[in-house]
Design a protein around this ligand. Structure first.
Ligand SMILES: Nc1nc2c(c(=O)[nH]1)N[C@H]1C(S)=C(S)[C@@H](COP(=O)(O)OP(=O)(O)OC[C@H]3O[C@@H](n4cnc5c(=O)[nH]c(N)nc54)[C@H](O)[C@@H]3O)O[C@H]1N2
Ligand SMILES: Nc1nc2c(c(=O)[nH]1)N[C@H]1C(S)=C(S)[C@@H](COP(=O)(O)OP(=O)(O)OC[C@H]3O[C@@H](n4cnc5c(=O)[nH]c(N)nc54)[C@H](O)[C@@H]3O)O[C@H]1N2
Ligand code: SF4
Ligand SMILES: [Mo]
Length: 703
């Protein structure tokens, strides 16, 4: 007899409803839940890999301690007390402790309710995270314009007639900062009602192939396209539509003169999208029908990421589509996270790299290795890595791993010995994913419907196992005890969530939500900006001094000519997720995915044929992989996926090591970052590409 357990997939931001068929603890099948109103039955191949994560034979089951190059299992109590003692002793010497928080932590609501306590217990001075590799420009702009780092407007795809996507590939990523499961079918429905999808991307991506039009663009140049579009829209006047005009501050009037300072022909030349296309994109977005422009990784992790995300908001305002059905809208989820967490803020932080922007109190991860190796008393000597793999995810992975080697104490919460955690002194592994509960915590405020869903664990934890939140809470307790301080009696994650649900507008209790196994659907998004806006004056702060100045900085950049002929960008594949799903046999099967995509003309110019081993070299390093010659790449741009490079020594994920690939972040450069927001620049890396043997010959030192 099998049973069906309904839950939400925790792997990516789409938060699909799944049906897990169980025979005791054995997973018989994982299918999409057709009754989930948000995902409507959709799943991707990664959902079935939940079973592989749960049953992974390489997954750590007990705490581990590294002694030299050897790992020893130890009890939880021993691990917690040894870590606490070492930390307290180090801090007695004044040593600085810090955190690196990885992406999966954002998919674990329970851990999210506890990690602050752990940071306070540790007395951490500094947090790095995947956010400054990914999305800080969005938070920066949302804070400045709408008054809260997490108040986001997402494309209302179910009612839109035109969506223009810059630098996002939801057909593979399933959407980001836009919880839009079942994306492909939602696009088909839009097209069936006469709507259109337009994609701007250097690669003809899976999303571009679904689209009505694809416009290739030079990496890092989208700002020019966005300014051009805005200039064309505002040419007819900068009056805002009724409803928006009343809630926008007077800085709005600074925008038209600013964009009018640019010459359209120069903008077109800079980005490689011709003037006629820019004009028609502007006209289509502005033709009165509901439309939205949206940009993701490709326009965030670049030098003008903050400026780009701002221009995107401004275009949606100028066309009247912000806070309008079918435009971009602010979700009002079942649990209103935005109302329950602080507004955040924008400050600066002093680092070994000098003064850097600090959004949401984070230190930009581009400074990570430098803060670990600086030669003064501010050097970070104890590090806690929570569900992160910065060696493969942050720019200059080789420098990161050298920096980790110098730590006096490194503690990792992870279920594997990875490229990063192999440098830890202690690894604290959580239970399997089906032993955890789940809530769509950070993704409600980003969803295309007003929604929320809670999933109980599918079955009990294995003997001796702990969830991430318990590890964080118990470690915090042990550290407080070692410091001689009492641990306050803290609410459990369920209690926190229950309180947040009850005090949200829908006012449901956790028990009531839990009883609805398909999730609680509050319907399509509604105009709500007047209630949601959280700036001090309750007005949209349209154009700050910083953003106007940033635009001037971009104008200067346009006058410079790029020195390099080839530019490297990343990509994502639907069967992979950042660095950590390559240990699933069923996901890695098929052709090698860690190839260098290159345009036929660029390949021919270098004597490269499909399948040849090539060397890709940047200022930072060089890697070798096979070439995939394809028309999907525009000329002058090559692409390598990130999250690979499992060819380091001594990791526990055996299947991943057999499908090692190479790490793009051995090429990306931490010197490149968005000056406005501190975000890393992970695309548009200048590189040389040559046949591997050619490169070796050229690179040999002259006699
Ligand atoms: N060049 C380039 N670099 C990139 C990107 C890119 O597009 N190009 N993308 C960037 C982006 S968007 C992101 S978000 C970052 C991601 O950067 P990170 O978050 O640093 O890296 P991940 O690969 O997500 O690694 C997650 C780690 O958490 C572990 N893990 C998984 N689930 C759990 C869990 O439930 N509990 C615990 N304790 N551990 C868990 C995994 O084993 C893995 O080691 O990478 C960034 N790096
Ligand atoms: N299958 C899968 N799904 C994932 C992930 C994964 O690793 N695998 N990771 C998850 C995470 S953490 C995130 S943040 C999201 C990311 O979600 P997305 O942003 O949708 O995913 P990417 O594939 O990074 O898309 C970035 C696109 O930008 C393009 N690009 C690069 N440079 C430029 C540029 O200068 N201009 C323009 N216009 N385009 C450019 C790239 O070709 C690429 O198609 O995906 C999430 N979902
Ligand atoms: S798209 Fe795939 S990985 Fe993402 S939530 Fe849905 S099933 Fe899970
Ligand atoms: Mo991400």
């Amino acid at each position: 007899m099998t049973t069906i357990h309904k839950r939400t997939c925790h792997i990516c931001e789409a938060n699909c409803g799944v049906l897990v068929e169980l025979d005791g603890r054995k997973v018989v099948s994982i299918k999409g839940n057709p009754d989930n109103p948000l995902s409507r039955g959709h799943i991707c191949p990664k959902a079935t890999a939940i079973a592989d994560l749960q049953d992974d034979p390489d997954r750590l089951r007990t705490p581990m301690k590294r002694v030299g190059n050897n790992w020893q299992a130890l009890s939880w109590d021993a691990a917690f007390s040894e870590i606490a003692e070492k930390l307290v002793a180090l801090q007695g010497d004044g040593a600085r402790a810090a955190f690196y928080r990885g992406n999966p932590g954002a998919h674990d609501y329970a851990l999210s309710t506890q990690s602050g306590h752990l940071q306070r217990a540790v007395g951490a001075r500094g947090t790095f995270s995947a956010s400054t590799l990914d999305q800080i420009p969005h938070h920066y702009v949302q804070y400045q314009m709408y008054g809260h780092v997490s108040l986001a407007a997402v494309p209302d795809i179910d009612r839109s007639q035109l969506i223009v996507i810059l630098g996002g590939n939801p057909a593979a990523s399933n959407g980001s900062l836009w919880t839009v499961p079942d994306f492909k079918k939602r696009v088909k429905e839009m097209q069936a009602r006469g709507g259109k999808l337009v994609v701007v991307d250097p690669r003809q991506t899976e999303t571009a192939k679904l689209a009505d039009a694809w416009h290739p663009i030079k990496p890092g140049s989208d700002t020019a396209l966005l300014i051009g579009i805005l200039q064309c829209i505002l040419a007819g006047g900068d009056d805002l539509r009724e409803g928006l005009a009343e809630i926008t501050d007077s800085s709005w009037t600074r925008i038209k003169p600013m964009v009018d300072g640019f010459i359209l022909a120069d903008l077109a030349e800079y980005c490689g999208v011709d003037e006629a296309t820019i004009r028609s994109l502007a006209a289509d977005l502005n033709d009165g029908r509901p439309s939205a422009i949206y940009g993701r990784m490709g326009v965030s992790v670049c030098e003008f990421g903050g400026l780009n995300q701002w221009l995107i908001q401004i275009i949606n305002m100028a066309t009247g589509n912000l806070d309008r059905a079918g435009g971009t809208m602010f979700p009002e989820p079942l649990m209103d996270l935005v109302a329950h967490v602080g507004k955040g803020g924008i400050k600066t932080v002093e680092t070994a790299r000098g003064t850097l922007p600090s959004v949401m109190s984070e230190i930009p991860t581009i400074a990570f290795a430098d803060e670990l190796t600086r030669d003064d008393e501010q050097r970070i000597r104890s590090l806690f890595v929570i569900a992160g793999n910065p060696v493969l995810s942050a720019p200059d992975g080789r420098a990161t791993e050298r920096a980790l080697e110098g730590l006096d104490l490194m503690v990792a919460m992870d279920m594997h010995i990875t490229e990063t955690t192999r440098h830890a002194h202690y690894i604290l592994p959580p239970c399997g994913p089906l032993e955890k509960d789940h809530y769509t915590f950070f993704f409600g405020p980003l969803s295309v419907r007003n929604f929320g869903s809670y999933s109980a664990p599918a079955f009990e934890m294995e003997e001796g196992a702990k969830a991430d939140w318990e590890i964080a809470a118990e470690l915090a307790g042990a550290i407080m005890a070692a410091k001689g301080e009492a641990m306050p009696n803290l609410p459990t994650p369920r209690e926190v969530l229950d309180g947040m649900l009850r005090s949200s507008p829908a006012g449901m209790s956790l028990a009531e939500v839990e009883a609805q196994h398909d999730g609680v659907d509050l319907g399509p998004l509604k105009p709500c900006i007047t209630q949601r806006i959280m700036t001090d004056d309750k007005l949209i702060n349209a154009a700050s001094d910083e953003l106007i100045e940033e635009c001037a900085r971009f104008a200067q950049r346009m006058a410079e000519t790029p020195a390099h002929s080839l530019s490297l960008i990343g990509r994502r594949h639907v069967r992979s997720n950042n660095s950590w799903l390559h240990n699933s046999k069923r996901l890695v099967k098929g052709p090698d995915r860690c190839t260098l995509m290159i345009n036929p003309d660029d390949a021919a110019a270098r004597g490269i044929e499909h399948g040849d081993l090539v060397t890709i070299a940047s200022r930072v390093g060089a890697v070798e992989t096979s070439a995939e010659v394809t028309d999907d790449m525009m000329q002058g741009v090559v692409s390598l996926p990130h999250g690979w490079g499992h060819n380091r020594e001594g990791m526990s994920w055996q299947t991943a090591a057999e499908h090692a690939g190479v790490s793009i972040n051995d090429l990306t450069d931490p010197q490149r970052y968005d000056r406005l927001t501190g975000n890393a620049v992970l695309n548009g890396t200048p590189v040389d590409v040559a046949l591997a043997k050619e490169y070796a010959r050229v690179a040999e030192p002259a006699e």
